[in-house]
Design a protein around this ligand. Structure first.
Ligand SMILES: [Zn+2]
Length: 454
């Protein structure tokens, strides 16, 4: 099962995606040409003037390492992708740069003035750097719990930028009508201020899932009574229902099966009579109220703010809801399936679990370093120029070379490593082919900062 193929017309107008089989027929009969390899897009050789229903929804489940992103048309997933972020790589390279600078200052060399407290962090909202001014204007006053202008580390901001890039691509090639994303871990609104108002919680009901996630966060994912971790936890009434205890979240905690059984219908004072310190802790934990901020992280908020600038209807869901929707429909765990299950409509979404999502790995755009250092920070190699592109090719471009003469005779396809000499290396499935003259090389896909797979 393959992803649908994107189609645009001669005016680059996005048309509804089509079955890959139909795309193959259009290509073989010469009615269309390949426009882009990733995501696979074909361009029709005619103009389409009929009105087109923008009824496709982009759904996103942002994760710290991997983000699931799908296109849903009439409750059916037609395209799926998983974006692998490179936050850890960014963090590591910034740390290594800092360590090298520190080392240089500390070394016995000429005087280098200390360079701390001379950096500025951007003030105000730094949205996706790519956001157009009209998209920025569409952004109203913000109620983000992280506050406007809150600085976000480059490794986190990169996540926002990457997802924004992909939403922008999808909007370009597909008639998108709305966007949905998972924003919070549990929905405070749905629980209607759980610390004050009672909730009709029922195990397995939607509200129950949000309550559970909320309690897990509040009690640190362990049994409140014995501290057991990594064990199934049950929602537990502190004052038992039989004794008039309420269903309010302020009367709920989490306990392992053993503790739950042991406590039974006893009151908490009775049950913990011999453990006054535990009783004290639980009582104070029950009184504390989690802020919204505990459910939402700054990165997701920034993404939410960024996606608002598309001017499309933007809906949000909670992580608890996603989990509920997925398990309700019996789907397996995958980032793209989670994305499909986001939001209220995610409870009835048709997912073909055999669908192969496009695996998108963020690789970055290389380095601007003019001087490569060894692992101790000493200069090792100096680059002679900033040029990245030679004879119209960049290292990392996907190419195909049909070599007609010489030792490399044959067809080679893969990623190219360019050389100023004009003799390139091509990394193919079968190994590296060295010294291929650039005149034989044709570009198939231009490097765009991502690595693709199925
Ligand atoms: Zn326990």
């Amino acid at each position: 099962m393959q992803n649908s193929t994107f189609v645009i017309d001669t005016n680059h107008r996005p048309l509804p995606p089509i079955h890959p089989g139909l795309a193959r027929r259009l290509l073989s009969t010469g009615k269309a040409a390949v426009f882009r390899r990733y995501p696979f897009t074909v361009i029709l050789k005619i103009e389409v003037i009929e009105p087109i229903n923008a009824d496709i929804e982009v759904k996103i489940d942002p994760g710290s390492k991997t983000t699931g992103i799908v296109l849903v048309k009439r409750n059916k997933v037609i395209w799926a992708g998983e974006i692998q972020h490179r936050g850890a790589t960014i963090k590591a390279s910034l740390e290594s740069r800092r360590a090298m600078r520190h080392n240089r200052r500390a070394r016995k060399t000429r005087y280098r003035p200390a360079r701390f407290l001379n950096r500025t962090k951007p003030k105000g909202y730094l949205l996706a750097a790519t956001a157009a001014p009209d998209r920025l204007a569409a952004l109203g006053p913000t109620a983000a719990p992280d506050g406007p202008g809150r600085w976000l580390a480059p490794s986190l901001l990169h996540r926002v930028f990457t997802i924004d890039t992909w939403v922008k691509r999808l909007v370009k090639y597909v008639p998108v009508g709305s966007i949905a994303m998972e924003l919070v871990r549990f929905d405070m609104q749905k629980m209607q201020n759980p610390e004050i108002t009672g909730v009709e919680y029922q195990q397995g009901e939607l509200a129950g899932y949000d309550v559970r996630e909320y309690l897990l966060e509040k009690f640190g994912r362990k049994c409140a009574y014995c501290g057991a971790e990594n064990t199934p936890l049950q929602i537990e009434h502190v004052q038992p229902k039989a004794n008039g205890g309420s269903n309010r979240v302020s009367n709920l905690t989490l306990a392992c099966h053993a503790c739950n059984q042991k406590k039974g219908t006893r009151s908490i004072e009775d049950f913990l009579a011999k453990k006054p310190e535990v009783l004290q802790r639980i009582k104070s934990q029950l009184k504390t109220s989690l802020k919204d901020a505990a459910a939402v992280n700054a990165t997701r908020w920034r993404l939410f703010e960024t996606l608002k600038t598309y001017g499309l209807p933007l809906t949000t869901g909670s992580g608890a809801q996603t989990k509920f929707n997925r398990s309700q429909q019996g789907y397996g765990k995958a980032h793209w399936i989670d994305a499909a299950c986001v939001g209220e409509v995610g409870v009835a979404v048709e997912v073909n679990q055999l669908l192969q999502p496009l695996l998108i790995r963020a690789t970055g755009h290389g380095t601007r370093q003019m001087c490569r250092t060894d692992k101790y920070g000493f200069p090792r190699l100096h680059k002679s120029s900033r040029a990245k592109s030679f004879f119209g090719f960049k290292t990392g471009d996907m190419v195909k070379a049909i070599v007609t003469a010489g030792k490399n005779q044959g067809t080679h396809a893969g990623r190219v490593a360019v050389r100023a000499s004009g003799y390139f290396d091509i990394k193919t499935k079968h190994g590296k082919v060295g010294g291929v003259a650039h005149r034989y090389v044709k570009r198939v896909f231009q490097l765009d900062g991502y690595d693709y797979g199925m």
